[in-house]
Design a binder for this molecule. Structure first.
Ligand code: NAP
Length: 283
């Protein structure tokens, strides 16, 4: 990927022939109506066109309302939402998906993900995603929180249709290089959630030094590092100034040495209070 050419509109091609904007806006925890409206309109004004929600975030209707009021056409937006595990099942998943469409006030979603892996009901949910994609209601289908073992157990034994995306926790403290390498080998795009480690890492001395050296903030250094590693990235903020800061990533680049210094922060430290295991169950 050519760094000079990265821009806010830059897209990553998916295995199904569609394209996903590499930078998106995460909306987890944006459930206060006024805060969500301000954040989404600020994000749209700043140039974000890709939004990441989930039925479990309980804010799809707030996004639907904001987009209905915004002067942006549906074709110019890229909307991701997710099916929660309690809604996995042939019919249940369809009902949950239709409810998401209704709340988002849209006829289709660009990317629909199975939110967490589970053993029992996941493949029937996946069959429903395949059917909805064939009906034109979903452009791309994918998964989230999949380890290498999960992929091997389900997709490469039981189904021909491979997820286009795996959305995983990825940030300087935990990049999950094994999952990234595996997904690259199978042409599955990796999407980094909690890309700023939920702000836990922003005060790190190495990042503060790099930020000073480059003349950008620690958050911008991290987000640029993700972009240069080819990941899709979906930072969340409720603060207008930070929303703008987090997409102001295109007038600088990190050198190989600066990239390596961020890589050096890896310690397999999760900022998510749960973790799907590689066997049965999902914690
Ligand atoms: N698939 C999954 O299971 C899963 C799990 C978790 C998250 N996600 C998705 O990924 C998105 C992002 O992840 P996340 O929300 O967990 O974490 P994140 O984006 O890494 O971090 C968000 C936190 O960082 C703060 N922040 C953002 N920009 C900042 C900046 N420039 N300077 C200082 N602080 C900043 C935010 O505070 P303020 O809001 O106060 O600015 C918020 O507390 C979510 O919104 C969601 O869409 C998916």
């Amino acid at each position: 990927m050519s760094m000079e050419k990265l821009k806010i509109e830059s897209c990553i091609p998916l295995r199904d022939g569609t394209q996903i904007p590499q930078l998106g806006f995460g909306v987890y925890q944006l459930t206060d109506e006024q805060e969500a409206q301000t954040a989404i309109h600020t994000a749209l004004d700043a140039g974000y066109r890709h939004f990441d929600t989930a039925s479990a975030y309980e804010n799809e209707a707030l996004l639907g309302k904001a987009f209905a009021e915004a002067a942006v056409s549906r074709e110019d937006l890229f909307l991701t939402t997710k099916c929660w595990i309690s809604e996995f099942g042939k019919e249940k998943t369809r009902v949950s998906f239709e409810e998401s469409l209704r709340k988002l006030k849209t006829e289709y979603v660009d990317l629909y993900l199975l939110h967490w892996p589970v053993d029992e009901t996941m493949m029937s949910a996946w069959e429903t995603l395949i059917a909805l994609q064939a009906e034109g209601k979903i452009k791309s289908i994918g998964v989230s929180n999949f380890s290498v073992a999960r992929f091997e157990k389900f997709f490469f034994k039981h189904t021909d249709v491979i997820p286009a995306v795996n959305q995983i926790e990825a940030h300087p403290l935990r990049v999950q290089a094994d999952v990234q390498t595996y997904c690259e080998s199978k042409t599955i795009a990796v999407e980094a959630y909690s890309p700023l480690a939920r702000a836990d890492v922003l005060g790190h001395e190495i990042l503060k030094t790099l930020a000073e050296e480059i003349g950008k903030s620690p958050a911008q250094v991290i987000l640029r590092w993700h972009l240069q590693q080819g990941r899709i990235v979906i930072p969340k903020s409720s603060k207008p100034s930070r929303i703008r800061e987090n997409c102001d990533l295109y007038d600088f680049s990190l050198t190989a040495d600066q990239m390596a210094r961020v890589d050096g922060l890896e310690q397999d430290h999760s900022v998510i209070p749960w973790r799907p295991n590689d066997g049965v169950g999902w914690y």
